[in-house]
Design a protein around this ligand. Structure first.
Ligand SMILES: Cc1cc2nc3c(=O)[nH]c(=O)nc-3n(C[C@H](O)[C@H](O)[C@H](O)COP(=O)(O)O)c2cc1C
Length: 331
């Protein structure tokens, strides 16, 4: 069974990926209830944390019910990263995760996120300094490399392990690929197959079905799967994968009633946590998936995603339930 430091995990754990504006406390709570074994916060800027920027500080909120939970931070400046480790520790997470994979320009141009893949020595020395600065397990999430010609992930992972990194999650794309093409799990398997590796190697990228998770486990031999987009608006994904592992069959998809209940709870928790305006706005991206596959649903979805007033959105959920309550979702 894999473990992250002293945190014991089940066989082939399923991890909720850190996702900006998605992996917030309400969504993490839903995923945890549906079987996610480890959850991560959205990435948090180390520079924002040390400036005490409200948006960054708010992202530090974690709750007992979601443990084990990792707080993910990004940055490229040693001093800022170390100071943010001290700030993060006050929230008492189970894990501190370093984002060495974010491909967006505003992050990369400062040498942070996937930008650090151009300077592996810095990546390793930053990790080492952070490991030595905290008693919490430090983990890394990264990509295969900067571009196709510079993939050195086997060597990079080993060096990170040697400086005390406790697990590594690898997205099977390079920075140059952004989100294009298919994730390649072969280089991740090569990391796992390195006989010197003993920390868990988690695969990430395109795990979008129970079958895909099984392939990652059985054909690629990885220690667990980190799941991002497949969970957006579909927290049941974790439970469905586990059911498939246990029985070889597919769990029946959630009913309309279950979907509406989850969407309502999600919205209410989001409003409670970040207020009406942001709560209504940021939960919108989940509705497409909550109600995916229902024919002629556009009218209802439009109501859910256009009003700034939560009362309208709650009313749209009820209307949709009244009309589509008997809809049979296909697998
Ligand atoms: C909306 C969105 C936000 C993301 N934000 C983060 C982030 O904050 N930190 C991070 O390490 N990766 C982030 N990612 C990348 C995901 O964690 C994951 O690596 C990627 O989506 C591939 O996995 P998937 O195919 O399961 O979605 C984000 C992805 C999406 C779609």
């Amino acid at each position: 069974m894999p473990s992250i430091g002293d945190i014991q995990l089940p066989d082939f754990p399923l991890l909720l990926a850190p996702m900006e504006d998605v992996s917030d406390p309400p969504f993490r709570a839903l995923c945890k209830e549906q079987g996610a074994d480890v959850v991560y916060t959205e990435f948090i800027s180390s520079e924002g944390l040390i400036r005490d920027a409200a948006k960054s500080v708010m992202k530090l909120d974690i709750y007992e019910k979601e443990r084990p939970v990792g707080i993910q931070i990004f940055g490229a400046n040693l001093d800022s990263m170390l100071r943010s480790v001290e700030i993060v520790e006050k929230s008492n997470p189970d894990i501190i995760d370093i984002n060495f994979g974010c491909p967006v320009k505003k992050v990369v141009s400062k040498g942070a996120g996937a930008g650090i893949l151009k300077d592996i020595d810095l990546m390793v020395s930053l990790t080492k300094a952070m490991v030595n600065h905290t008693k919490l397990p430090v983990t890394v999430k990264t990509r295969l490399g900067w571009d196709h010609d510079s993939i050195k992930i086997v060597e990079v992972a080993e060096r990170l392990q040697d400086v005390g990194c406790k697990s590594i999650a690898i997205h099977g794309r390079t920075r140059a690929q952004m989100y294009k093409g298919n994730a390649d799990w072969k280089p991740i398997a090569a990391v796992k197959n390195n006989p010197r590796m003993h920390i868990p190697v988690f695969g990430n990228g395109d795990v979008d079905s129970p079958e895909a998770a099984k392939r990652m486990r059985d054909d690629y031999g990885l220690d667990g799967a980190m799941i991002g987009r497949a969970s957006i608006g579909y927290p049941w994904f974790f439970k469905e994968v586990k059911h498939y592992f246990e029985t070889g069959t597919h769990l029946a998809p959630p009913t309309m009633q279950e979907r509406v209940t989850a969407a309502k709870r999600h919205l209410q928790m989001a409003i409670d946590w970040k207020g009406e305006k942001l709560g209504v706005f940021e939960t919108r991206r989940h509705y497409t998936n909550y109600f995916k596959g229902i024919p002629n649903f556009k009218e209802y979805r439009m109501k859910m995603v256009t009003s700034d007033d939560s009362a309208d959105v709650f009313a749209a959920f009820e209307e949709a339930l009244a009309v589509f309550g008997d809809y049979e979702f296909s697998l």
